[in-house]
Design a protein around this ligand. Structure first.
Ligand code: NAD
Length: 318
């Protein structure tokens, strides 16, 4: 829970220049990011189609808004963090979208993991209205979001990015400048392509190992010491599926969406995707099995069921 905003914090931000920030999309990732901006002293306006998700932020000092258009009207920077490309386009360009409220000179920062084609199409429309557009998808987990330790993959004009850095520094500890607008989301596409393949293969490996008589503790110890090391296996699985925790984290449906975006991008450039397609098929199966809203590591549950076993750390809750 964030502390109610102190007037001294607001004043501190006024000294820095930028004060009024709007944040649209307050889900698993957007909410902790918005909370950090509020904690840092910005004058925060929020919007989400799910009104319930605005309540915790309103309770600690954020202003509620009725639409993306209204939320953008008085902002100096508008942040968006919504699930998919069509959501990002709707927020920006829809009937009550940001485009109809944003003023010339306002920064528009889309943190959603979407495809670079949509980023550039939406960005061009907003730029016509005078907005300074940056794409800034993030890496790591909701825990990192709460701690301000995300990786930011930033695309756009360097001058605009420099101007936003004092704000970004509240959100992350690693800032990767990816190039022009759209290169942030392109980077995120290929990043999650790798991450989801690691996720899928790790789920299979834990079940194979268990059937062969190994404990997850033993497997984790080895995976984290060898070339098999990957953050899905050694960081995500112990916190989620191996601990009996299927609450996201990062939902299977979002991982599935990211793979779809990466594969569409690959097709656009005539690149082959055999491993990515196999991963995508497994994730589609998990969505069909009703696991879409579970954490990505819950692929483990499907393999456990098929193999007739469970893989849990000692002391796991379920
Ligand atoms: P989420 O589904 O938990 O939250 C999305 C939020 O956006 C919801 O509150 C939803 O009501 C809102 N929303 C959807 N359409 C909207 C619209 N048109 N207008 C206003 N609000 C709208 O998803 P999330 O986990 O917060 O992910 C958001 C983005 O961040 C996704 O692109 C995801 O891939 C990316 N991401 C998530 C994680 C993670 O660990 N959760 C990590 C990195 C990146």
């Amino acid at each position: 829970m964030v502390a109610v905003l102190r007037e001294a914090d607001r004043t501190k931000k006024m000294e820095l220049g930028m004060r009024r920030i709007t944040f649209i999309g307050l889900g698993a990732m957007g909410k902790p990011i918005a909370e950090r901006l509020l904690q840092a002293g910005y004058d925060l306006t929020v919007f989400d189609v799910n009104r319930d998700s605005m309540a915790p932020l309103i309770a600690v000092g954020a202003r509620e808004s009725a639409s993306p258009k209204a939320a953008a009207e008085h902002a100096e920077a508008v942040f968006t963090m919504v699930p998919d490309a069509r959501d990002a386009a709707e927020v920006a360009l829809g009937e009550h979208g940001v485009l109809h409220g944003i003023r010339a000179g306002t920064y528009y920062v889309d943190m959603s993991s979407i495809d670079p084609i949509t980023t550039r199409r939406v960005g061009a429309r907003l730029a016509e209205a005078g907005a300074k557009v940056i794409d800034c998808p993030v890496g790591r987990t909701t825990k990192h979001a709460r701690e301000g330790k995300l990786v930011l993959m930033i695309g756009g004009d360097d001058v605009d990015i420099n101007a936003m850095m004092p704000v970004f520094e509240h959100l992350g500890d690693t800032f990767i400048r990816c190039g022009p607008l759209g290169n942030g989301t392109a980077t995120k596409c290929v990043n999650n392509y790798v991450a989801m393949a690691c996720n899928a293969i790790s789920a299979e490996a834990f079940v194979i190992g268990k059937k062969a008589g190994l404990t997850p503790e033993h497997m984790l110890q080895v995976f984290s010491s060898t070339m098999a090391s990957n953050a899905q296996a050694v960081q995500v699985y112990p916190q989620f599926a191996l601990a009996g925790n299927t609450e996201p984290g990062f939902m299977i449906s979002l991982g599935h969406k990211d793979l779809r975006l990466a594969i569409e991008l690959a097709h656009r450039y005539d690149c082959s995707v055999p491993v990515g397609q196999a991963t995508m098929d497994i994730m589609a199966k998990a969505v069909e099995a009703g696991l879409g809203r579970k954490d990505c590591s819950s692929l483990l549950l499907m393999h456990e069921k098929a193999a007739g076993t469970t893989v849990r750390l000692t002391g796991a809750r379920g």
